[in-house]
Every structure is written in structure tokens, then in C-alpha cells.
Design a protein around this ligand. Sequence first.
Ligand code: AP5
Ligand code: MG
Length: 217
Amino acid sequence: MATFLVLLGPPGVGKGTQAEVLSHTIKLAHISSGDLFRENFKNHTELGTLAKSYMDRGQLVPDDVTINMIRERLKREDCRAGAILDGFPRTPAQADALCPMLSEFGGEVNIVPYITAAENIIIERLSGRWTCRAQGHIYNIKSNQPKVSGICDVDGSELYQRDDDKAETVKTRIGVYFEQTMPLVDYYRKKGKLVEINGAQDVAQVTKDLLAAINKK
Ligand code: AP5
Ligand code: MG
């Protein structure tokens, strides 16, 4: 049976960083809704233009287009064994839509690691984040510097700062997270799927805790 993980947690807590490591370790596809929107924008699609107008304001992209995008992504061959969902679902309506979608693919949400860290930590991490233009690899000026400044270690592409990492937009994103995504903590806790992970630790320790939680399930 396919295995599906949902990484839950505020902006900047390390969902993308951990999903990248986990996808190599446990050999599951990494699906990041934010990366898919950014890829669409880079490719000048209609969806990309629409998504960008919400992302730049720190608001969520409407549920219907987001759900359709994820449904299409899950149909790809690399998801047959399952996937790590990073940034989806982000509203109760998206979570309700995910359940029947996964059963179509012979799976269910197996575990929801809920990664947490104090607001000052996530703000600091986002202000120091640099992202790779080609494939979204993630760096940080303090905690994860590239070998050559401004260049991705993995694919040699340019590193850039995301438009939505501006201080004002980060504030809005955190507010939106508390209002619209926090209800999912109780939603998955009631289903017995939630496992809390201390995201304030260094990257390697968070990975260790995630793997321990996944192996226990
Ligand atoms: P998205 O791209 O998903 O952004 P987000 O959820 O705000 O989360 P981030 O990507 O900012 O943070 P992260 O937790 O992945 O942290 P990271 O690993 O990069 O979404 C962007 C936008 O798209 C949304 O605002 C919305 O508009 C739209 N969207 C996306 N999904 C949607 C959905 N489902 N519905 C509707 N709209 C949607 O780490 C951050 C930094 O910290 C990095 O520099 C990293 O190197 C560093 N770091 C990570 N871990 C550690 C650690 N343990 N110690 C020290 N530094 C660390
Ligand atoms: Mg991310």
C-alpha cells in the first residue's frame, strides 16, 4: 500500500528542507504545493499567474485550483509508492478533498508530522533563506550556506530571495497560517495521525526525530 505523509507547520519552520532529505531517505516523491505554483509561474502558465497574485500578498491560492493541481500531480508515476506532501493540505476543505483523492490511488494519510518553532525563529530563518532558481533547493545565510555564495551546490543555478519572504508578507503569511491552517492540527490529531516535532532544533536532529516518528507508525 502507498504511504502518504503530510508535513504540517508554519511558514519557514523547515518543511521544504526536511521533505527534501526525507524523500531521498525513505524514497518517496516530494510534492510541494508552493514549488508547483512557482514552477507554473516560471513557465508562464495561467495557473502560475493566478497563484502569484495571491502568493505575493501572502494569501492562500483558492482551494479549487490548488486541489486540482495536487490531484494532477498525484497521478504521476513517481507517486505510486506514495508521497511527502509539503504545504498541502492547508485548509480544512483541502484536507477533506485529500482523503478521497488518496483512496483513488490506494492510499491514505499515514502520518502528519507537525513541525513547530517559535515565531522569532521562523522569521529569522525566512529572512536568511536563499532558494535555487532551477529546482528550489533551499539554503540559509546562517544555518545552511552554499559552498559558493549565490550558487546552488546541487545544480549550479543562481540563488534568489523569494518575493514573499519580505518582512511584511511574512507577517501576513504567519497570520494566514494561524487562521486557516491551524485548524488542521486538531483535524489530524482527532484522526490519531498527528505527531509533534520540535522544529527549533538543528536540521539533522529534526530529521532524526521525523524518521523515528515515521518508523514508529
Ligand atoms: P510555500 O512555498 O509552501 O511556503 P510556506 O508554507 O510559507 O513555507 P516555506 O516554504 O516558506 O517554509 P518551509 O517550512 O518550507 O521552510 P524551509 O525548509 O524553506 O507556500 C508559498 C505560498 O504558496 C503560500 O503563501 C500560498 O500563497 C501558496 N500556497 C502554497 N500551498 C498552498 C495551498 N495548499 N493552498 C493555498 N495556497 C498555497 O526553511 C526556511 C529557512 O530555514 C531556509 O533558509 C532553511 O535553510 C532554514 N532552515 C530549515 N530548517 C532549519 C533548522 N532546523 N535550523 C536552522 N535553519 C533551518
Ligand atoms: Mg517550503
